[in-house]
Structures are given as structure tokens and as C-alpha cells.
Write a protein that binds this ligand. Structure first.
Ligand code: TXE
Length: 494
């Protein structure tokens, strides 16, 4: 009997739909070769939603083989303008299914339905942006002497393995697939094992958009099996990864010890969010609240280290607490909810472990600190004060709604404190003084600096990490350089 590759589900918002559950290989949903499955749980209810196929090494081999066949076959013959049209069509189909995709994302991940709608909009915008790039990828003519014609071609890298996390499942899907496909590569993308559902719904749209079989393959599976099979694969030319720094390190090793595939990494962070005496207190408190608690703190650029200049410290803490108290914790499907569930029990336990460690280290809980007393993996927005630089809660990525707040006096001091981290993904500065904003921006070692705002990620703007927060840049034109390689052709005209 063939493995079932779809189930009938109804989202908590009341949308009945067919959820694909198979591996999407060569434009078809198929069962895993070992018929293993992974249970998918709704983190807001702790109840099983369905089970999806588990990809093993064999399945990754199959997906890589069809991706290679497509690369050397129909996809190679596709014009840039046709590639652009496929991506536009995919974006249009996603837009038509946006409400369903948002509801599925919210059910699978635990995020409020309104945040999920924002994510789906972000995924669509990102795809449209890269659809626009597909026919604008150009080489150069370089004069060296009159008897030579030298030019560069920007060619696709080949079969791209892409491994994504669970915090923004469909948005990460679009960040990875969009630029890779625009540049003429083919893709084997692995979802996070705990949030596979929206990626599979979107996979159905790949067929409807008319992509040739094998161009985009979507697999669900565990990191140490399917993920590792991708990063170690001799037939994968490039791997793009978003996730923990520990796994990023492993992926670099896998690439080095297999075929030296190209690697881009988008990893963790412990980003500083700095408020100066002259900041607009109310607005700064809103951005700081958004910076750490958006997506329940499960955000690689979360502004998790909050530093406030001494002149406004007490007033700011008070204001921030008022903002936090306005957060509506509740069922993700409720339109009024602004704070949903953490993604899994494992993540909730990890967060509670950090809260415990903060208390033991002597930090003071200003607000929150507890699991919410209701079914589901809900955690109170939490702020620690009275911190010191040697505490784990100050140095390690908690990836939950737990921020630390400290006081500073001078610009020199805060630049040093802000940079006193192994990470360098993002940062925020709140001041009305342009000179302060520019001086601090220029001196912070981070891939993004937000001034008088936070979390302003946009598909047109390059995004990625300094130091141990990553290698390479996603989004914007820069992402295209991760998905093309330059060939120099030099013709002797004599
Ligand atoms: O991440 P993993 P986890 C950080 C965050 C979080 C911590 C742990 O601090 O608390 O990581 O989360 C796949 N070879 N971030 O355990 O394991 C895995 O299947 C290849 C930050 O969920 O890094 C999933 O698809 N792949 C982050 C993806 O890697 C492997 C987002 C991410 O999972 C693999 C998520 C392996 N050996 C977590 N092991 C961000 N930067 O946004 C796992 N994977």
C-alpha cells in the first residue's frame, strides 16, 4: 500500500484543507524510503496535529539526483525571464493562499495569527523581489589590452542544499528559495522537523506555478540524519543554513570533509539594544519591547541585551514594564493575541533553565519569570535587571522572551559593552542625537544597526552576521553573490 501523503485538517481559525505530509521530490509527494514519520505538535495545545514523512539518507540521495537532472536539463535551458515568471507565479499563488498559509503557520509554530500573516506577506514580498532580479544578473566586460576581450559570467552554483529553522518557517523558505532559483540553481530544502507544515503547503504551489520537476525539492526530516546527509553530500554544491551556532560549526566541518561545498550561515545572536538619555522614552520603550518579545523572543536578531543610560534608567524600566503588561498572552488564533506559545517543550524547558540560572546568579526579575498556567508552551515576557557580564543570561542566546537590562554612563563604555559578545548579528540605538547615532553605528560590530526602531528586516536590505553570527549575507542584492559563481572568459583577438 502506498504511503498516505496528505491528511484532511482544519486550522484553529476554521479553515479546512488538505495538508501534504510526504516528501516533495521531483514535483510529487512521496513517502520516505523507510516509511518513518515525525509527529507534528500544536505548541499552543500540546496536541498532535498530524505526522509527516521522515527523510533518510536514501531520500536525500533521490532529491539531490533529481535536482541535478533538472539543473543539467530543462532548468539550464530556461531563460532568465522565464525563471522570473515562475517565481512571480509562485508569489501570486501564495498570495491567493495567504490566509490558509498564515493559519497553518500559526497552528504549527504557536505564533499569533496576525504575526503569521505578517510573515507570509514577508515571504511573498521576498519572492517577488527575487523574481525581479532573475533577468538582471549580469557580468562585466573588463579591458586589459586591445588584443583581448575579457568578460565575466555569473553562473549558478548548482544543486543547493538549504536547511531552515522553525522560528519563521515560510519566511525562511522564501529567503532561501527566492535567490537560489532566481540565479538558476536547483534546490533541496529541509524544513525544521518541528515546523514542516507551511513548507509542504507551499510545495503544492510549486507544481501549480509550473516549475519543471526537480527544480525545487522540499524534504522533512531530522537534522542529524537528513540535515547531515545534505551537508555531507558529494552531490550538493552549496549549503545555506539558518540555525544554531553549534550546528553551523558542524555544517562547515561537513562541507570541509566532503566536497568543500560553498557554505553560508545565518546563526544566533545576543544583540544589544541601547537607549540614550535623549531618546523619546515612550517610542524607545515600544521598540525595546518589540525587539525582545516579538515572535516570543524566538528571533535570531532579538534585542536581548538592553542597555539604558543612567539619567533615564528608572523611568525607562517603569515605561518598559507598562508596555510589557499590555501584551496579550493567549491562543494564537485569537485576533487580539500578541504573545503566543513557544515552539516546543524542549525550547520552553531551555528558557526556564536560563531563568533559573539568572536567579541563581543573583540577577533580579523585574517582570515575568514563569511559565503561564494554561495548556501549551506559554512563557511570560521576562526582564532581568542587576546583571553582570559573567552571567549566562547575559552571554548566551536564550531564544525566548527573556531580556536583560543594564545601565551605562558614556558612549565609550557602551560601545565596549555592546561589542563584548561572541555574536554580531544586529543592534539597536535610540537617541535624538544624529552624531551619537552615527558614532555608535560605526563602532558596533554587527551586521545590522537599527536606529530608533528594531526588527526592521526587509527583503531589499542585506542581512547577516559579524563574528560568530554567520558567514555571508542573505536578502538584497548581496544574496545573489551567494548563489552565483563568477567565470572569467578571456579571448585572444590576435
Ligand atoms: O536549532 P538547530 P534548534 C538557536 C537558538 C535555539 C537553538 C537550538 O538559540 O535555542 O538554536 O534550536 C537542522 N546537520 N537557533 O535545536 O538544531 C535542524 O533539523 C544539518 C537560532 O532547533 O540548529 C533544523 O532544520 N542540519 C536560529 C535546523 O538545523 C542540522 C533558529 C536548525 O536547528 C543538524 C533556530 C546537523 N547536524 C535556532 N542538526 C536562528 N539563527 O534564527 C540540526 N540541523
Amino acid at each position: 500500500m502506498a504511503t498516505k501523503t496528505a491528511v484532511s485538517l482544519t486550522t484553529p481559525t476554521g479553515i479546512a484543507y488538505q495538508q501534504p505530509t510526504g516528501l516533495f521530490i521531483n514535483n510529487e509527494f512521496v513517502g520516505g524510503s523507510d516509511e518513518g514519520t515525525i509527529d507534528v505538535v500544536n505548541p499552543a495545545t500540546e496536541k498532535k496535529i498530524c505526522a509527516v514523512s521522515e527523510a533518510r539518507e536514501n531520500d536525500i540521495d533521490k532529491a539531490v539526483a533529481v535536482a541535478r537532472k533538472a539543473l543539467n536539463g530543462p532548468w539550464r535551458l530556461t531563460t532568465p525571464a522565464e525563471r522570473s515568471q515562475y517565481i512571480y507565479k509562485l508569489a501570486m499563488l501564495m498570495e491567493e493562499s495567504a490566509e490558509k498559509l498564515a493559519a497553518v503557520e500559526s497552528m504549527d509554530n504557536g505564533k499569533p495569527i496576525n504575526s503569521a500573516r505578517g510573515d507570509i506577506g514577508g515571504a511573498i514580498g521576498c519572492l517577488r523581489y527575487y523574481a525581479g532580479w532573475a533577468d538582471k544578473i549580469e557580468g562585466r566586460v573588463i579591458d586589459t589590452d586591445p588584443s583581448k576581450l575579457n568578460y565575466t559570467r555569473r553562473e549558478p552554483i548548482g544543486v543547493c542544499g538549504q536547511i531552515i529553522p522553525w522560528n519563521f518557517p515560510l519566511m525562511m523558505w522564501a529567503w532561501k528559495v527566492g535567490p537560489a532559483i532566481a540565479c538558476g540553481n536547483t534546490v533541496v530544502l529541509k524544513t525544521a522537523e518541528i515546523t514542516p507544515l507551511s513548507a509542504l503547503v507551499a510545495a503544492e504551489l510549486i507544481v501549480q506555478a509550473g516549475f519543471p520537476p526537480g527544480v525545487i525539492n522540499i524534504v522533512t526530516g531530522y537534522g542529524n540524519i537528513a540535515g547531515s546527509a545534505i551537508s555531507c553530500h558529494m552531490g550538493v554544491d552549496k549549503v545555506a543554513f539558518t540555525g544554531s551556532t553549534a550546528v553551523g560549526r558542524q555544517i562547515l566541518k561537513d562541507a570541509a570533509s566532503s566536497n568543500l561545498k560553498k557554505v553560508t550561515l545565518e546563526l544566533g545572536g545576543k544583540s544589544p539594544n541601547i537607549v540614550f538619555n535623549d531618546a523619546d522614552l515612550d517610542r524607545a520603550a515600544s521598540w525595546v519591547d518589540n525587539g525582545i518579545f516579538s515572535n516570543m523572543g524566538q528571533n535570531c536578531c532579538a534585542g536581548s541585551r538592553i542597555y539604558v543610560q543612567s539619567g533615564i534608567y528608572d523611568a525607562f524600566v517603569q515605561k518598559l514594564k507598562e508596555k510589557i503588561q499590555q501584551r496579550a498572552i493567549g491562543p494564537p488564533e485569537d485576533e487580539k493575541t500578541t504573545h503566543g506559545a513557544q515552539v516546543s517543550k524542549a525550547q520552553l524547558d531551555r528558557i526556564l533553565g536560563y531563568v533559573d540560572s539568572g536567579k541563581k546568579a543573583g540577577a533580579k526579575i523585574e517582570i515575568g519569570g514563569n511559565r503561564v498556567n494554561r495548556p501549551g508552551y506559554f512563557m511570560e515576557p521576562t526582564i532581568f535587571s542587576e546583571i553582570s557580564g559573567d552571567m549566562d543570561i547575559v552571554n548566551e542566546e536564550i531564544f525566548g522572551p527573556v531580556g536583560v537590562i543594564g545601565k551605562f554612563e558614556t558612549i565609550e563604555e557602551i560601545i565596549e559593552t555592546a561589542n563584548d559578545t561572541a555574536y554580531g548579528l544586529a543592534s539597536g540605538i535610540h537617541t535624538e542625537n544624529l552624531k551619537t547615532a552615527i558614532e555608535v553605528s560605526n563602532n558596533i560590530k554587527a551586521g545590522t544597526v537599527w536606529v530608533n526602531q528594531y526588527n526592521g528586516v526587509h527583503w531589499q536590505l542585506p542581512f547577516g552576521g559579524y563574528k560568530q553570527s554567520g558567514i555571508g549575507r542573505e536578502l538584497g542584492e548581496e544574496a545573489l553573490f551567494n548563489y552565483t559563481q563568477t567565470k572569467t572568459v578571456s579571448v585572444n583577438l590576435q
